[in-house]
Design a protein around this ligand. Structure first.
Ligand SMILES: C[S@@+](CC[C@H](N)C(=O)[O-])C[C@H]1O[C@@H](n2cnc3c(N)ncnc32)[C@H](O)[C@@H]1O
Length: 277
């Protein structure tokens, strides 16, 4: 690729170590071209000519403060969609929520979409929970949605999506929860204010210290740990277990697995685990 400086194997190793340490993301040698292409624009923006200079800047106090978030925007993969892995939402609505009402009537249901990307997952969850609330007005819920990337969090808060992204959303939900742009030629929809108001977005890096005031009843952390190694996955899930209420649920991506980890979790259905009581 013309104009993109080539990354020396030593630079790839040093950047990979830095990214692993700060973000938990594993950079294999096969990702060299991807990394070069994605970080190239940061080098250009900063007027730097090599990845070594870039790494020196990243490691400085100013770099850690202002450049680390920019780098996180570049190196994360943020693929997502509405109603992704739909079995999860059915299990939530048909099993988890009725169980919660039976056991914890009167309490607020706390759900965390951890690694929420541009918002399609937490907004889907807000629709599922709102539907349940329509049938059970006593059900009160709160959704926290976090990601390390400020770029995707801004998109999530804007809550504007191309029309083709909502094709999988049932028509009745589209009518209720998604607003078509007034200018029909723009083919955009915006999540309705009452659904937007249901989700609180926050930047959170799993590799840093984090605590919540309220324990979580459900955590969705799907298609995130796939970028981490087994040791990081184990440590992260152990922390999830600390913030989950006993009997709470952890949803992971269907291509991910927690088998072999020593965790107080029991698998209930594919990619859904329950914290031991
Ligand atoms: C592929 S998206 C998954 C989105 C959604 N959960 C889904 O399944 O559709 C993975 C997200 O994890 C986030 N992520 C990666 N490393 C992270 C970290 N160390 N802390 C917090 N979020 C991270 C990325 O920014 C990205 O938006």
């Amino acid at each position: 690729m013309s104009g993109i400086p080539s990354m020396h194997p030593r630079e790839l190793k040093a950047l990979g170590d830095f990214i692993y340490q700060e973000l938990g993301i594993v950079i294999t040698p096969a990702k060299k071209t991807m990394l070069e292409a994605r970080l190239h624009r940061r080098l250009r923006a900063l007027g730097l000519t090599s990845y070594s200079e870039y790494l020196d800047y990243l490691r400085s106090a100013k770099g850690m403060e202002v450049e680390l978030p920019q780098m996180a925007d570049c190196v994360t993969t943020n693929t997502t969609c509405f109603l992704r892995e739909p079995q999860h939402f059915a299990f939530l609505a048909e099993t988890v929520l009725p169980q919660f009402l039976e056991r914890h009537r009167g309490e607020v249901f706390h759900l965390w979409s951890a690694g929420c990307s541009s918002g399609q997952e937490p907004y889907t969850l807000a629709m599922v929970l709102s539907e349940f609330r329509e049938r059970h007005p006593e059900f009160i819920f709160s959704i926290l949605a976090t990601d390390i990337s400020t770029r995707v969090l801004q998109e999530a808060q804007r809550a504007i999506y191309p029309l083709e992204d909502i094709e999988c959303v049932p028509v009745a939900w589209r009518r209720k929860y998604l607003l078509r742009s007034k200018d029909r030629s723009r083919n955009l929809v915006r999540v309705a204010p009452e659904i937007r108001a249901r989700v609180q977005f926050r930047r959170l890096n799993f590799m840093e210290e984090w605590h919540f005031r309220e324990p979580m009843h459900v955590i969705f952390c799907r298609n995130v740990m796939i970028y981490f190694d087994r040791a990081t996955q184990g440590r992260l899930c152990a922390k999830f277990c600390q913030v989950l209420v006993p009997g709470g649920y952890l949803f992971i991506g269907h291509s991910e697995s927690l088998s072999g980890h020593d965790l107080p979790l029991r698998q209930r259905v594919p990619a859904v685990y329950q914290r031991e009581e």
